[in-house]
Write a protein that binds this ligand. Structure first.
Ligand SMILES: [Zn+2]
Length: 445
């Protein structure tokens, strides 16, 4: 008898949960402490210590970066983002914090920070902004969240518990319309689930800090106004592209007005400082050359979100014609084929994606998933093994290793993986499957 635990894929209608199954998420634990706010200097109820902020960051940020298709393979661009961010980081309230900055391949518009100072901006937002002052406003805003310890605050209030306790079951339970519909656009899956949803007060504080930091290192405060204009305009013309950014960073007319007023009052004397537009355009030249391909990817992901898989495919094909080695394009084609249950071609695109970016994990997951569907359990096992080597700490990988072992009838090995999985995740479909097998095989009573 061969049971089909992947029955969700057998159904004709795919739910958000089904999409989530194709992708991967991580888990983290956290503990308790007490602290002084570095920005206000006041003592506050804080259940997370600085060491824990860094630890939570290290456990989670690599999985988020992977969900966003990894850092761009454009060293010049990554170095530029990192340099620009670190120059400001040194002038913040936590000057010795381990900040790091990168551009990630995702094509939707977003920027985010983990509590230990790992900050990312997407290709989508880098294409939307126009100069280095706007970039510094964006990075400064994220630095504001890190310095005012907003994620730790949210966690202390219990706001983030659902995002950090476990794997897919937790992700599937993520509430909020914006997150839900974004998550159904495969490319953005997982994105946001581990990130804090800041309050409007948090946003005001991050804006104020961001502006102070950017002016401190010599940019014109016009950069913040420009950034707000970009976000306002995108929210009018491309609301779906920017949904997740607004889910984590609530946007408002008020934020824009405040930026204009602060620039024209508090920082009036700094208004004529440079924006460094040429330097921005130079360092983003390779990215901007991919603009056409990225726009096709954005359109394809939008169609995919509406489950128009054939229309999505048309856009992905166009994107790959313009940029044949684009990792996002190859991964999306693979996922799109797999959602149409074409496992063979899905696996082929996943392998092309692996070749295009061997250090990035997602394509190994897709390939392993396709091979499980094709009952090539040995091949699948190898893919998940590679995934774990490239990106350790994803409980889903452990489950799938167990599942592949089970397919190969290696029961003790499968039991071992299932036990490891259940140590991290106790809820959801995978956990249920693992537990039932362990019982069936006599490993638990
Ligand atoms: Zn924010």
């Amino acid at each position: 008898m061969h049971e089909k635990p992947f029955q969700i894929i057998e159904k004709s209608r795919l739910t958000r949960r089904d999409f989530l199954w194709l992708m991967s998420m991580s888990a983290a634990g956290y503990m308790v402490g007490c602290a002084t706010n570095p920005v206000t200097g006041k003592s506050q109820l804080m259940l997370i210590s600085e060491e824990q902020e860094i630890q939570i960051d290290r456990q989670n940020s690599p999985h988020q970066f992977s969900a966003d298709f990894g850092p761009v393979q454009d060293e010049r661009l990554n170095n530029y983002i990192d340099r620009t961010g670190k120059a400001m980081g040194a002038k913040t309230h936590r000057p010795n914090f381990p900040y790091s900055f990168r551009a990630v391949n995702a094509t939707y518009v977003n920027a985010y920070a983990f509590p230990g100072g790992s900050i990312a901006v997407t290709r989508g937002i880098l294409l939307a902004i126009d100069n280095e002052a706007e970039l510094s406003a964006l990075l400064g805003h994220e630095l504001g969240h890190v310095n005012a310890r907003h994620t730790a605050q949210q966690m202390s209030k219990g706001m983030l518990t659902q995002a950090v306790v476990g794997g897919v079951s937790v992700l599937a339970g993520t509430q909020g319309a914006a997150l839900g519909s974004m998550a159904s656009q495969l490319g953005a899956i997982g994105a946001g689930a581990l990130l804090a949803s800041y309050s409007r007060d948090n946003e005001r504080e991050a804006d104020a800090l961001g502006m102070a930091y950017m002016v401190e290192v010599g940019y014109s405060p016009k950069g913040m106004v420009g950034l707000m204009e970009v976000l306002q305009s995108l929210s009018k013309h491309q609301p779906s592209a920017i949904e997740l950014m607004f889910a984590t960073h609530p946007m408002s007319e008020e934020r824009y007005q405040t930026a204009v007023q602060t620039a024209n009052s508090k920082y009036k004397s700094d208004l004529n400082r440079p924006l460094y537009r040429d330097r921005y355009l130079d360092n983003t030249a390779r990215l901007r050359a991919q603009k056409g391909a990225i726009e096709e990817l954005q359109k394809g992901q939008k169609e995919m979100g509406k489950k128009n898989f054939t229309q999505a495919e048309t856009h992905f094909r166009r994107a790959l014609k313009k940029a044949p080695n684009d990792y996002v394009g190859l991964v999306m084609m693979s996922a799109d084929k797999m959602l149409q249950k074409n496992w063979v071609v899905g696996a082929q695109y996943a392998e092309m994606a692996q070749k295009a970016y061997p250090q990035e994990a997602q394509a190994y997951h897709l390939s392993g998933f396709a091979k499980i569907q094709l009952k090539n359990y040995e091949g699948a096992y190898e893919e998940f093994k590679t995934y774990e080597r490239v990106l350790p700490g994803n409980p889903n990988t452990i489950f799938f290793r167990g599942y592949a072992q089970e397919g190969m009838k290696r029961i003790p090995e499968a039991a071992n993986e299932y036990r490891r999985y259940l140590q991290t995740v106790q809820q959801g479909k995978y956990a249920q499957h693992a537990y039932l097998r362990l019982r069936e095989w006599g490993y638990v009573r």
